[in-house]
Write a protein that binds this ligand. Structure first.
Ligand code: ATP
Ligand code: MG
Length: 114
């Protein structure tokens, strides 16, 4: 995740706590999710900082990408967030997006690892 964080226009705090190597499809999807989310942070949020978290909870990878920007993310206005939802649903995962006007924006993704 550090490489993706380095590419982001704002400082990204990365907290990854993963005791095991993830299944390859989960790892690939997680990479895709964090990449798109941080691209959105750079392009749309106006944030000063962002946070990426990854941990395992009962065999489920729990990812969170948060920024302190302006909010107002809306999957109806582009294809990136829709693409994320597709990618996550193929793996029977779940996605939540909260992004009220004024922020913050929080993207949460859960991906089963078994
Ligand atoms: N972190 C964010 N903060 C504020 N607004 C956001 C954020 N992420 C997305 N948005 C808003 O939601 C819209 C949809 O995002 P989405 O990623 O689906 O499309 P996009 O980034 O515009 O284009 P692309 O298809 O290249 O991803 C964006 O156009 C932007 O207005
Ligand atoms: Mg996008």
């Amino acid at each position: 995740m550090a490489e993706l964080a380095d590419r982001c226009a704002v400082p990204v705090h990365v907290g990854v706590d993963l005791p095991i190597r993830l299944p390859a499809p989960v790892e690939a999807a997680a990479w895709f999710v964090v990449g798109e989310a941080l691209t959105n942070v750079s392009r749309h949020s106006g944030a000063e900082q962002a946070w990426v978290g990854a941990r395992l909870r009962g065999g489920v990878l729990v990812l969170e990408v948060r920024d302190d920007g302006a909010g107002g993310a809306d999957s109806g206005r582009g294809s990136g967030l829709v693409g994320l939802a597709d990618r996550v649903s193929v793996l029977n995962g779940r996605i939540t997006l909260t992004s009220p006007a004024g922020g913050p924006t929080v993207l949460g993704v859960e991906l089963p690892c078994v």
